[in-house]
Every structure is written in C-alpha cells, then in structure tokens.
Design a protein around this ligand. Structure first.
Ligand SMILES: Cc1cc2nc3c(=O)[nH]c(=O)nc-3n(C[C@H](O)[C@H](O)[C@H](O)COP(=O)(O)OP(=O)(O)OC[C@H]3O[C@@H](n4cnc5c(N)ncnc54)[C@H](O)[C@@H]3O)c2cc1C
Length: 429
C-alpha cells in the first residue's frame, strides 16, 4: 500500500477549467498568487479531490480515523465544517477525555492516546496513574489543553499526509463504479470528492442520514451543554480537582440537537442566552466561553450489530471486536445524571459490525453515533472509546480501499494487525 501513498500536497486538484492548481506548490494551494487562482464569475471555485478514504467530521473520532487511514498508506481527506480538529473535545470544550484505563490497566491506547499523551507532556501537565483504580471513574480522565491538542493534531495530519478541508460539508452523495462521489460546499469552494471509502465521524451520523441508511433517535435526547467560566481565568488542561470539569461551569442546553445548521444555531443561541442570564445573576466577570454548544446525543446508526446495554454491562466479547470501551452507563436527563458504574472487572468491547450501517457497503462510522441502544450509547459515547473506534474504522477503511472490497469483507486478522502495529489494544478471546 505504501507505494500508492500520495501525500497532502500531491493531491490532485483541478480548477473547473481543468487547470492543475495545487500540484506541489504551497503558493497555489493557498491561493497566494492571484494569477493562479481561477476567477469565480459569480460561483464558488470548483475543486476535484481524488482520494481513497474520505473522513467527514474531524472531531474526537474523525481525527484519529484520518490519521490511522493515512498511516496505513491510504490517501486520506478530512472534511470538517468547523475551523479546527477535535470537535466536542476542543471546540465544545470537553477537554478531559476518558477513559483509557479500566480496573488498574490501560485498555485503550494507539493514536488517540499518542495525541493525548503528547499534548499533556508538551503542556507540562500530569497523566493519571492507570495502575491505580480510582475511587470515582472521572478521576482518571486526562486533562488536555484544548488549544494545544488541535495544533498538535494538525501537525500529525501533515506528517501523515492527511489533507484537511475546513469550513466544508457534504451536500450530496452518489455511488460511482468503485466508490463514491461526494459534492461538498464551503464558502467560495465547491469540492467534488471521488473516494473509495467514507468514514462518517459527524457525531450524529449525518452522511448515513443523507444516504437514507437506517438510524435510531429517541424522542427525548440528552441535553447538550455550554461550557464557560466566571470570575477566574481559564487554565486549560490543568483541571481543578473537581468532579465536574476543568472549565468551571457546564450549563445544560435542553433540546440541543446537532442534526443540522438550524438546530445547532438554536442550541448556541439558547446556550448563550442562559450564560448572559447567569452573568447578570451572579454579577461575576465572564472569563471564558466555548464557541459552541457541545452535544451529547442525536442520531445513532442502526448497524449490522446493535450493542445492547446487556452486551455493554456484561462486557460481551464480540467475535469481531476491534476495541474496548469503558465508562459507566451515564444517561443525562432533565433531573441530572446518576452514573451506573460497571461491575468490577467488566470491560465492554466494540465490534466492527457496529460501525457499519445495516445493508451498506463502503461506509463506516466512528464516534458517538456507533450502533447501540440508548443506555449502552450513554457509556460508549465517551472520548477514549470514540478515538479507539476512529482508529479501528481508519484501519478498516484504508485496507478496504486497497483491496477494493467493503470493510466487513476483510479478514479481521488483517485489520487487527494494522491496529496493533499502530499501538492500539485489540480485545482477544
Ligand atoms: C457536556 C459534555 C460532557 C461530556 N463529558 C465527557 C467526559 O467527561 N469524558 C469523555 O470522555 N466524554 C465526555 N463527553 C462525551 C464526548 O465528549 C463526546 O461524545 C465525543 O467527543 C463525541 O465524539 P465524536 O467524534 O462522535 O463527535 P465530535 O467530537 O462532536 O466530532 C464531530 C465533528 O464533526 C463535525 N461535523 C458535524 N457535522 C459535519 C458535517 N456535516 N460536515 C463536516 N463536519 C461535520 C463537527 O464540527 C465535529 O468536529 C461529554 C459530552 C458532552 C456534550
């Protein structure tokens, strides 16, 4: 596969007039030379990207999926609607990923852990001691600097050859003879992506929804939260030893829904309105506010396997398990949350078939939209687990692209081999 690898700057990009734009020149890539930039004549510039794996959503799971895919030798493009990598972990401000450990040992490692560990070390922070079982599960969450993590992630993407397209999102998707054509929009940009495999890491399985593949959603979903800080300076990554978060206040945004731009706008408006009311009430200075609401729940896929809460709390070892997950069942309601810890020694697993939408080919998901019932999902949605799913999906998509088959047709041992080679911990019988 390595021989076929094409780095970021070698991506083939064409102007609508058929003029090669990017080639190997930074100047053309960034449009610094006015003469090299196509005149838009009232429409957005038209770009074509030919890639093996398209990752939609560069958040908690998507960043890791893209890195694993590129490191496995696949040409990889990540399309992210926002301005940076990390998603809920960075833009949402939930910068305390958990849980990499269970019952005194590390159960999730690999590329997600590499990024978390390096950003803590670079920031002079502290890593938990995973050999100790803490009194409360949240004590072993890792406090990460939410500003440093996405920069480090960008550097790693550049080194791996992942192409990043910010401010873009898919508008339509169609099958081609050997994969997908995905039409993406950004401001001033229309991108035609031709790819073999898609990994939907949008949180709410938006690409799966566009393809009319089956998804689950409850009438009532868990609230989102707007994270902010009053009265004292934000100290990212350091934590305050409190059970809540390094960012002092997490205010529920009930009805927050990440499904589309209208519902996200509504959640942000409502969240900020609440913050203003709290400032007035508390008469304290606003020292920090995240730019977006963070979302706990929207759609989950109906996959080839649906992880049930019984599977989750019994630590079922799926035949096609590709990673572990670990967290209490943690369902937030209007009355708050009462986490239900797993029984000692239990470590749930995630099968590859829970990342594949039922009846689909050439598309996987990773992250909180994993196929699961609602209570199981409330535990599966945490960041270390999302990262592990991202790595598994990245490995499977890269290999499937190389072999021109769909991920579920791959020999599991080949996927597991890539994962192990890249530091992941793979459950075994
Ligand atoms: C308030 C709160 C507290 C939490 N507490 C914890 C905790 O203590 N520990 C823990 O580990 N986890 C916690 N979680 C859960 C965890 O943070 C999330 O479930 C997890 O980060 C989701 O990861 P993801 O990759 O699925 O989605 P995200 O990280 O949200 O990534 C999705 C990405 O896709 C992008 N995107 C969306 N739609 C499109 C589109 N159409 N086109 C292009 N890009 C798109 C988004 O901009 C985003 O970058 C918490 C969550 C919340 C909301």
């Amino acid at each position: 596969m390595k021989a076929r690898h094409i780095g970021r700057r070698q991506f083939i990009q064409y102007a609508s007039a058929g003029v090669a734009l990017a080639g190997s020149s930074n100047k053309a890539t960034w449009g610094a030379d006015a003469t090299a930039v196509p005149q838009s004549k009232g429409v957005a510039d038209s770009i074509t990207s030919q890639t093996d794996v398209l990752v939609v959503g560069g958040g908690t799971a998507g960043t890791i999926a893209a890195l694993q895919s590129a490191r496995a030798g696949a040409r990889t493009l990540v399309i992210e609607r926002g301005s940076q990598l990390g998603g809920t972990m960075t833009t949402g401000g939930v910068s305390f990923p958990g849980l990499f450990d269970a019952w005194g040992k590390q159960v999730i490692a690999g590329i997600g852990w590499e990024l978390v560990k390096e950003s803590v070390e670079l920031d002079g922070g502290r890593l938990p001691d995973f050999s100790k079982v803490p009194n409360h599960h949240w004590m072993n969450q890792v406090h990460v600097n939410q500003f440093l993590y996405p920069i480090l992630a960008e550097e790693k993407c550049e080194q791996a050859g992942v192409a990043i397209a910010y401010y873009e999102f898919p508008q339509s998707i169609a099958r081609t003879t050997d994969g997908w054509q995905v039409e993406c929009a950004g401001f001033g940009t229309r991108r035609h992506v031709f790819c073999k495999q898609i990994i939907d890491c949008t949180g709410g399985a938006q690409v799966v929804g566009m393809l009319n593949l089956p998804r689950f959603r409850e009438e009532e979903t868990q609230p989102g939260s707007m994270l902010f800080l009053l009265g004292r300076a934000n100290n990212p990554g350091r934590g305050h030893g409190a059970p809540l978060s390094p960012l002092g206040i997490r205010h529920y945004v009930h009805g927050a829904d990440s499904s589309n731009s209208r519902t996200v706008t509504a959640a942000n408006l409502s969240g900020r309105r609440n913050v203003l009311a709290i400032i007035r009430q508390e008469k304290q200075r606003l020292m920090h506010l995240q730019p977006e609401t963070s979302f706990r729940e929207s759609y989950r896929i109906h996959g080839e396997t649906v992880i049930t809460v019984d599977d989750y709390v019994s630590g079922r070892l799926f035949e096609d398990a590709v990673c572990y997950a670990f967290y209490p069942v943690d369902l937030h309601t209007r009355r708050g949350v009462r986490p239900q810890p797993l029984t000692r020694g239990t470590v749930p697993t995630v099968p590859l078939s829970a990342l594949a939408p039922k009846g689909s080919r050439d598309i996987l998901v990773a992250g909180r939209c994993v196929s699961s019932d609602r209570p199981a999902n409330s535990g599966l949605r945490v960041q270390a687990s999302c990262m592990a799913m991202g790595q598994a999906a990245g490995a499977a998509a890269a290999l499937a692209a190389e072999k021109n088959i769909t991920p579920l047709e791959l020999p599991l041992k080949d996927i597991r081999e890539i994962l192990t080679k890249h530091g992941a911990i793979v459950p075994t019988a």
